[in-house]
Design a binder for this molecule. Structure first.
Ligand code: PHE
Length: 339
């Protein structure tokens, strides 16, 4: 009877081991049959029911069955562990299409970008890049440019004074003077860089950028100036943008003209950007005043020249349709990363 029971338990245990599809179920079967409180142990306890002489044989039988079950268990365990490892590895497969960790990449400021593009266009016309100090001597910023001490441009409203003899340069035109002192004519030079004025609202910033251009040669006319600017504007904005020259006054050029571009937003029809006029002012220009040439010992009877100075932010505003000049210095990554 008990032998039969032992056989039954053995068959059940064997079936449970084979049927286990994962190590968890397999461990449960081990506990149920081979554990200390398991069914084989209780068989051993039931052995007392048997006559004394049958006990050793029964004990042997149960032990053999236990050994057999243990090795079956071990085989199954290895098999299941291998399977589980394989599925785990398969699931953990490296997914090459997953995006990597995000990091922010810096990029050029839109103003740097525009300056580089302008420089590129003008250097194709033979202009070389010049620079000058940002803290400028009064003489370079004003006097040499034929701006006398009582000129309204010197008004303290517009100029940041360092001391009575030094200012933060209010335009890039003093680089004209530095260049003329350095170079022997004929030459062509451009000077991009920051300038400073005591002024701040939607379209004025106390720190903005200009690009100056200066050409000195034997015969230079307004036609050369207009042709150069028209070419430059067309290259920078595209052929649909027109240029317009308005008579104006600058102490360092004679005659002088202000340069307007047809508004790129409304194509000249008139809109908020151009205040309804269809035109946006980009800067000043003119033929170099002989008085300026005299200041740097260039003979005005032999040499002539033209100059222009454009606002870089203005040009960027026109090119990209930006509504507030302060965006350039706000350091907002959402704005800056669009260029
Ligand atoms: N420097 C002038 C300004 O800042 C612009 C200008 C440059 C005009 C060169 C004429 C020639 O307004």
């Amino acid at each position: 009877m008990l032998q039969e029971k032992a056989n039954q338990v053995y068959e059940q245990a064997k079936a449970a081991i084979m049927a286990a599809n994962d190590t968890k179920t397999l461990y449960a079967a081990k506990v149920q049959f081979l554990g200390k409180q398991g069914q084989l142990s209780s068989l051993m306890k039931e052995m007392v029911q048997l006559p004394k002489e049958e006990r050793p044989e029964f004990g042997k039988l149960v032990n053999e069955k236990k050994k057999s079950l243990e090795s079956q268990y071990e085989l199954r365990e290895n098999e299941l562990k291998r399977q589980e490892l394989e599925t785990q590895i398969a699931n953990e497969k490296l997914d090459m299409s997953l995006p990597g960790p995000q990091f922010n990449r810096g990029q050029k400021h839109p103003i740097t970008h525009v300056i580089e593009e302008i420089t590129d266009i003008l250097s194709r016309l033979g202009y070389s890049v010049q620079s000058g100090p940002l803290i400028e001597k009064d003489w370079f910023n004003f006097e040499a440019l034929n701006i006398p001490p009582d000129h309204p441009a010197r008004d303290e409203q517009d100029t940041f004074y360092i001391d009575h003899n030094h200012v933060l340069r209010t335009h890039t035109s003093p680089v004209q003077i530095h260049t003329m002192q350095k170079e022997k004519p004929p030459f062509r030079a451009i000077a991009p860089g920051p300038v400073f004025r005591c002024d701040s609202d939607v379209s004025h910033s106390p720190n903005f950028h200009q690009i100056e251009a200066l050409l000195i040669d034997k015969t230079v006319s307004m036609a050369d100036l207009k042709g150069t600017i028209a070419y430059f504007v067309r290259e920078f904005f595209g052929s649909e943008i027109k240029t317009r020259f308005r008579p104006s006054f600058f102490p360092f050029t004679e005659p002088s003209a202000e340069v307007d571009c047809s508004c790129p937003i409304c194509k000249g029809k008139g809109c908020r950007m151009c205040k309804g006029s269809g035109w946006i002012e980009i800067g000043g220009s003119g033929l170099v005043n002989p008085k300026v040439l005299e200041q740097v010992n260039i003979d005005p009877s032999e040499w002539q020249g033209f100059a222009f100075g454009f606002g870089v932010e203005r040009m960027a505003i026109i090119k990209y349709g930006i509504s507030d000049i302060r965006l350039f210095s706000d350091n907002d990554i959402r704005f800056l990363s669009q260029f």
